[in-house]
Write a protein that binds this ligand. Sequence first.
Ligand code: TXA
Ligand code: MG
Length: 347
Amino acid sequence: MKTRIISVHPKKPDRKKIEKAAAVLRKGGIVGFPTETVYGLGAGIFSSSAIKKLFKAKGRPNDNPLIVHIASKKQLKALVTEVPPVAVKLMKKFWPGPLTLILYKSDLVPSSITAGLKTVAVRMPAHPVARALIRQANMPVAAPSANRSGKPSPTDAGHVLDDLNHRVDCILDGGASIVGLESTVLDLTSKPYMVLRPGAITVKEIRKIIGTVKVYPSRRGTGRQLDRVKSPGMKYRHYAPKARLFLWEGRPNRIRTVAQRNAASLLRQKQKVALVTTDLSYCVSGIQNVLMGSTAAEVGRNLYLVLRMLDREKTDVILAVGFEEKKVGLAVMNRLRKAADRYSVLL
Ligand code: TXA
Ligand code: MG
């Protein structure tokens, strides 16, 4: 299939251009589109053939449920059995925006979307292009991140094309995603409420609105291990570059020593090595050093971009110094631990 690219203004998208992509969705096609978090791959939730096509294009396992994207609060009612008061409060504060809510699903939601679960994940994206697309398609849109399964999520249209050219009908190019990491996923059907995936809306912000919230522990150890998990998507190796990724946390001086030793030995093996950090003092001479930014938000925005860039440059091994888990930093570390081939805390 030929993938058509439609460029639109990120803030004021042209109605006619959006209409072309909306028509693709209505006809059962699949569309890559920008959201404020990462690019999504959309399919109308009521088209079983579009949903099949979507799973196939991504190479995604069928037991990993999708997030349903809506453009108005009105659309939510039909998708769930009940909108509890906590959900109302959260929606008021954070929607549209990078917060996904898990609620009990109504019979209207096909089980292919929810992988047979009784619950459904719903989010109202803030990106003007995403909202215009869903509004004009006039239906809820299921959208996982628009990457091949397991790879870092795409934060611009070029990434989507790299992964899904000839696999999707069209891509709306609306510039780079501002957040750069997937939405916070909050399960409101478990008690206590549980953050299944950290994101730009922080646990602290959520607690301020609804009180006690637990955080599902991000798995430590190698990213390749399977584990018993609450959210099915979390058992797969995720967000991973082609390069091998070694991640260290702990005492700065130990990290410096170990990073230098690893770099030296990899260089002797003629490997192309890069180090990512926010702090100049970790840089190692003789290899590529990437400074990720000076705030948590910048690191979040740059993470997948840098992983993809290093892959393009045919980097063999990426050495990563653990980032502060403040604000969106918790999400950054959650993704990095899942992507890591080797992960250790140096005491
Ligand atoms: O920011 C985002 O959320 C992006 C953009 C495109 O909106 N989408 C995204 O979708 O990250 P995806 O499919 O890559 O991640 C969805 C996550 C998976 O970890 C999945 O297992 C989980 O949400 N999920 C979906 N439905 C669920 C449910 N009913 N219960 C528990 N987890 C669920
Ligand atoms: Mg994804």
